[in-house]
Design a protein around this ligand. Structure first.
Ligand code: FES
Length: 125
């Protein structure tokens, strides 16, 4: 497992981006916190493949209920990444496996990724 950050580093109903190595390539991912649960996805909109956030760590709609793409406003359900409204409706974000352990959020081995390395906080936008 690879440490992403302490659970306390992400406020409830907030999100945080990271750069990690998945499949031998640096990938942008983000996590969303809902209480003690963490959901994680690749930072790539199914519509055009662009990053979702409008500024650093801002992946959510104003009310915090949905993940929102900054490009065309698509709304995604936090729990499974399904697009509920927008140009990529019924498509979904690609999930990333994470685990909360001892108050820390860890990237766990992905089914298709034998190699991982240390994450860096995302500085994009
Ligand atoms: S690029 Fe995300 S909704 Fe169009």
């Amino acid at each position: 497992m690879t440490l992403l950050c302490p659970l306390d580093a992400v406020e409830d109903f907030a999100a945080k981006g990271f750069e990690v190595v998945l499949g031998g390539e640096t990938q942008s991912i983000f996590i969303v916190r809902r209480g003690s649960k963490i959901y994680a996805y690749r930072n790539s909109c199914p519509h055009l493949g662009v990053p979702l956030e409008w500024t650093k760590d801002r992946f959510l709609s104003i009310d915090g209920r949905f993940i929102q793409c900054s490009m065309h406003g698509a709304l995604f359900r936090v729990q499974d990444g399904l697009c509920l409204m927008g140009p990529c409706e019924k498509q979904a974000l690609k999930p990333v496996l994470v685990e909360v352990y001892n108050g820390e959020i860890h990237l766990t081995p992905q089914p298709s990724d034998p190699g991982q390395s240390s994450p860096k906080p995302s500085n994009s936008r």
